[in-house]
Design a protein around this ligand. Structure first.
Ligand SMILES: CC(C)(COP(=O)(O)OP(=O)(O)OC[C@H]1O[C@@H](n2cnc3c(N)ncnc32)[C@H](O)[C@@H]1OP(=O)(O)O)[C@@H](O)C(=O)NCCC(=O)NCCS
Length: 148
């Protein structure tokens, strides 16, 4: 498995997201396009093919994962875990103290996000807080963090 942090491949990244419409609404895809330009990216690549990616930023003492996905046909092969581990290494190098993300809380029923929470839990993330109606809609946000 190879990693790349070069700022290209947005077309493939959008394709990955479009194959996962339960997670990425058209509005989310638009935001991913914008964030790709502004923030940092970590990709797992095989030749020219992108198998998974994380879009992230450093703020204060933490690294925040904004978007994360593994191409549908390559899921459950350890790629998501590799991405998290590499992000942790990058964060430690920058002397950051934790890694964070925000996802949908269990108080907003969703089969889809049950698996996302299970994945983050497996990677050692813990609940930091829940903010109700965080995105300006009825959805409640779960803030997750892992100390490095
Ligand atoms: C979440 C996601 C990034 C995980 O990537 P992945 O490559 O499929 O996951 P991995 O194969 O690395 O799994 C790592 C571990 O998490 C566990 N895991 C993954 N999905 C799980 C699930 N649905 N339920 C329980 N455990 C799960 C695996 O069993 C594995 O455990 P192991 O190390 O003991 O074998 C990927 O499935 C995905 O893109 N999902 C849709 C988008 C998404 O949820 N993005 C994040 C929030 S926007």
């Amino acid at each position: 498995m190879e990693f790349s942090t070069s700022k290209n491949g947005i077309k493939q990244i959008i394709e990955i997201c479009k194959e996962l419409p339960e997670w990425f609404t058209p509005k989310a895809v638009q935001n991913i396009r914008k964030d790709f330009k502004k923030l940092s990216v970590l990709k797992v690549v095989k030749g020219k093919k992108i198998l998974g990616f994380a879009i992230y930023k450093s703020s204060g003492k933490s690294l925040g994962i904004e978007w994360l996905a593994v191409k549908k046909e390559f899921q459950n092969q350890g790629i998501g875990k590799e991405l998290i581990e590499k992000l942790e290494k990058l964060a430690k190098k920058k002397r950051l103290e934790k890694i964070e993300t925000i996802t949908l809380d269990k108080s907003t029923p969703s089969r889809t996000y049950e698996s996302t929470r299970a994945f983050y839990k497996k990677q050692g993330f813990k609940k930091a807080k829940v903010i109700k109606r965080f995105w300006g809609n009825k959805n409640n946000a779960l803030f997750l963090e892992k100390n490095l």
